[in-house]
Design a protein. Structure first.
Lengths: 111, 114
């Protein structure tokens, strides 16, 4: 069983389109993080959301933390080929001292 | 400001051999995490260590796998008697504090078992 479920697992769209990736759980998290991983490299942190209902923007990327702190979404506006990569959400279960990751969303933006 | 350094980047072993993967955390970081990643999948937690202590090894297989983070030197993930199913990318991450904030990842060690 996966503590953090990401959907979709694969997404291929054309340059200029908008997209949303979801990260869901039945558990409450004190915070959730989004990472991006490119082939042959380690994940790199994009953002951390901490407060329920919080919205953070990073250029064309908008991250939202659910009110109940059980889910999060990543919305990309006007996707570009450079956005191609594996997007991972991660969170620490309450009481745990480790981050668990979702299975990832592999995003491909076609020129 | 060197990042997390992992070596080797690529390792090929035959079944039954041993694999040793090394990780030097970022300067000033005393918390190290090891994750395993299979192709097209996310990261699976294996073990969390601080200097000379294993804090959480709930993700480590009970047999053949061990990890250490000595007072001096890098953290080492050791896999004995490797099998084909051990083929994966192994990522090390470090953080400066005990809290589950940002993890800084290395570029990974890719193990192939023939």
């Amino acid at each position: 069983t996966q503590l953090l479920e990401q959907s979709p697992q694969f997404l291929s769209i054309q340059e200029g389109e908008n997209l949303t990736v979801y990260c869901n759980s039945s558990s409450v998290f004190s915070s959730l993080q989004w990472y991006r991983q490119e082939p042959g490299e380690g994940p790199v942190l994009l953002v951390t959301v901490v407060t329920g209902g919080e919205v953070k923007k990073l250029k064309r990327l908008t991250f939202q933390f659910g009110d109940a702190r059980k889910d999060s979404s990543l919305h990309i506006t006007a996707a570009q080929p450079g956005d191609t990569g594996l997007y991972l959400c991660a969170g620490a279960p309450q009481g745990a001292q480790k981050l668990v990751f979702g299975q990832g969303t592999r995003l491909t933006i076609n020129p | 400001n060197a990042g997390v350094m992992q070596n080797p980047r690529h390792l090929v072993r035959r079944r039954g051999q041993e694999a040793r993967l090394r990780c030097s955390p970022m300067k000033g970081h005393s918390h190290v995490y090891w994750y395993r990643q299979l192709p097209e999948e996310g990261l699976k937690f294996m073990v969390y260590l601080q200097k000379e202590n294993i804090i959480d090894e709930s993700g480590m297989p009970k047999e053949r796998f061990s990890a250490e983070f000595p007072k001096e030197g890098p953290s080492i993930l050791r896999i004995q008697q490797v099998v084909r199913g051990d083929s994966a990318a192994y990522f090390c991450a470090s953080s400066p504090t005990r809290s589950t904030g940002e993890l800084f990842f290395g570029e990974g060690s890719r193990l192939t078992v023939l």
